[in-house]
Design a protein around this ligand. Sequence first.
Ligand SMILES: *Cc1c(COP(=O)(O)O)cnc(C)c1O
Length: 376
Amino acid sequence: MKIPFNRPFVTGKETGYIKEVIESGETGGDGAYTKKCNEFFRKKYGFQNVFLTTSCTDALEMAAILIDIKEGDEVIIPSYTFVSTANAFILRGAKIVFADSCINHPNLDVTGISRLITKRTKAIVPVHYAGVSCQMEEILELASEHGLYVIEDAAQAIDSYYYGKPLGSLGNLAAFSFHESKNVVCGEGGMLVVNDEKFLERAEIIREKGTNRSKFFRGEIDKYGWVDLGSSFLLSDVLAAYLFAQCEQMEKNQAKRVLLWNHYFRLLKNLEDEGKVGLPVLPGFSTNNAHIFYIVCRNLTERQELIKLLKRNNISTAFHYLALHKSRYFGDKHDSRVLENADRYTDCLLRLPLYYDLELSSVERVCDIIKDFYSR
Ligand SMILES: *Cc1c(COP(=O)(O)O)cnc(C)c1O
């Protein structure tokens, strides 16, 4: 039997809700299901100002416009992340300064950040890799000391907490993803959370192509027009209906993911104790939303051989980011700093299948093959 790497969670309610939206004739953005999603996130996480977007990439682009990124502004982001974290700011003319990951975690290493701050630095963008929180207290302290914005790339971080506070509630702005590869999905979709109220009015305008259309629909003005920069960042209510079905059953989905994650961890713990693989580290300040289960192999060759062996056994796995500072696009723009941890995760990190429909017995099969590989 094949074990795919991912299968998006399906509750069974999605198609009914989507049909309802189509039959209502109101399929554009900010409709009835968008409001239900907003209310869900407000109640569950206390997010007061939520903007559903077409993707997390777009939510990050909105953030870059909101903090007025201009040519020459510097933004600090980890090199071990998805391209969107960087693109959003580069599109507005920023210079990206890449930070290394921690030695024991792909998240950015805060001890190295203060050296990267200059007079031109405008923002720090922590990425909560695998839904595990970055060291937010240290990051927020540095930001307030130097007058910088903090934008959380919380693409993977739904339903995870830092010292009891939901991820996405800590920075000035935060971006989430509902892409099919994430825990909560709607095909393609995202969300901008605005925690700093000064961005509220503009966020609404930027998402509506630079117009004050939202104000018009609330009856606050009698015609709407072009008032600022903007783009088409608004999520269709068809997809919001899909998303709401997922939100309603999030706890069930999350509980299963955590169960599977813990099963992997228990079964592979011996290999870690023997020094053969690294397992995910969960710092005491963070919860685990079980977005990714990964192992860290000792080197690239070993990882590639393990991928091949698993593939021969019909199990799909995936490595993850190719550190952005060495990418074809950015390689010649990076200063010469060596980012050894980002490089190591590029070569050695391997993600194992993890999704709602996965069976505990499948986790056991995957782990048996890995253990077999390391006992040769
Ligand atoms: C998935 C992901 C994104 C992009 O999300 P989209 O919704 O596909 O645009 C951005 N950053 C990180 C860290 C991600 O994992």
